[in-house]
Design a binder for this molecule. Structure first.
Ligand SMILES: NC(=O)c1ccc[n+]([C@@H]2O[C@H](COP(=O)([O-])OP(=O)(O)OC[C@H]3O[C@@H](n4cnc5c(N)ncnc54)[C@H](O)[C@@H]3O)[C@@H](O)[C@H]2O)c1
Length: 322
């Protein structure tokens, strides 16, 4: 299928567009498909702003690095990719939705050129297919990234999904799929990238996208396998942080709370009363937006966090401490 019209969506709207959409959007969880999605629904609210003159620590820069983002074609993965490009990283988007990944890679590059007109060097942003739950597919994607970028320094594992079924009715094949994508997919990519880093004797940083569901039980929607999967992701990050510390590879987890993406929107569309219930349990009184992950992921991948490993950074508006 042809990539959608590049004009169909303005990436990086500025101002408070995100807040406006926060009010307008109905909240949801979804099962990935193989078609490009309607990205008009995706929230973007932070601009590169080109060369900006606000002083900040150089340690936050990701200049000269290559970062792989699984699930980077949409949702949290795509918005985190925007943050990484803005911070100087080259990025390889890996997703089931290759066409959407390619479209977004081109869009990111166009945006960078527009906002950095004097820049002589453009970031390299590529898109690759992988089903992260399949070892051969993961290895093929890693080989392809290495062919095109020459190295990998960092990894963000954002590919994942959830579904709601009562445990006694949960279809076994769906449970396996849930664990396959969220747990095996995270593990396989982390191991593949760590092998490369260890072989290259290079330092690296891995950020696994878990969920607050790995620590608390969401109510009222039933999603026991997803909760267990995300607990596994958090513990994988801690375990691999210890195992790979001697190789100077840091591994951390980000555990988002309820963030407005295609995943949460689907759940809320199917259960309109849920949004009020969810927000009533969030101390800050609102769901998060994808850009709320931009700072946390940049921090954890960069030297700004060079003594942080095995951490679980909750980005949940205080949900899990209330
Ligand atoms: N949105 C939230 O509120 C929320 C909260 C906590 C955790 N999370 C986690 O954040 C991550 C991203 O969620 P999102 O809201 O952006 O979801 P999303 O559905 O918008 O995006 C997920 C992306 O992962 C890709 N993907 C799914 N299965 C894949 C596979 N087998 N191989 C390769 N790519 C695959 C999809 O194609 C999609 O591009 C997930 O791991 C999710 O569990 C989300």
């Amino acid at each position: 299928m042809e990539p959608p019209d590049l004009q169909r969506q303005e990436i990086w709207p500025v101002g408070n567009a995100g807040q406006q959409r926060r009010r307008a959007m109905a909240p949801h969880i979804n099962e990935p498909d193989l078609e490009p999605t309607d990205m008009n629904q995706t929230v973007y609210s932070q601009s590169f702003k080109g060369i900006q003159h606000k002083r900040t620590l150089a340690q936050f820069s990701l200049e000269n690095t290559v970062t792989v983002v699984t699930g980077g074609a949409q949702g949290l993965g795509l918005v985190m990719t925007q943050a990484l490009v803005a911070s100087g990283s080259n990025v390889a988007i890996v997703d089931l939705k290759r066409t959407e990944g390619e479209y977004q890679a081109r869009k990111l590059l166009q945006q960078f050129s527009r906002e950095n007109p004097g820049s002589k060097v453009l970031p390299t942003i590529t898109a690759h297919f992988a089903d992260v739950s399949k070892p051969e597919s993961v290895n093929r994607a890693i080989d392809e990234v290495l062919e095109q970028h020459g190295k990998i320094d960092n990894l963000v594992t954002s590919a994942g999904f959830t579904e709601n079924f009562a445990a006694i009715d949960y279809p076994y094949d769906r449970m396996q799929k849930c664990w396959g994508v969220n747990v095996d997919g995270t593990y396989l990519f982390a191991v593949g990238v760590a092998k490369h880093l260890i072989g290259r004797k290079a330092p690296g940083s891995i950020v696994m996208i878990g969920s607050m569901s790995g620590t608390v039980v969401n109510v009222p929607q039933p999603q026991a396998p997803y909760n267990a999967a995300k607990a596994a992701v958090r513990q994988l990050a801690a375990s691999l942080a210890v195992e790979w510390a001697p190789y100077n590879i840091r591994v951390n987890c980000i555990s988002p709370g309820y963030i407005m993406t295609a995943l949460t929107r689907k759940i809320l569309n199917e259960n309109p009363d849920l949004e009020a219930k969810w927000t009533s349990l969030i101390p800050t009184g609102k769901m998060g937006l994808p850009e709320d992950l931009m700072g946390p992921v940049t921090f954890l991948l960069s030297d700004a966090s060079k003594y942080v490993t095995g951490a679980d950074l909750r980005v949940d508006g205080g949900y899990t401490i209330a």
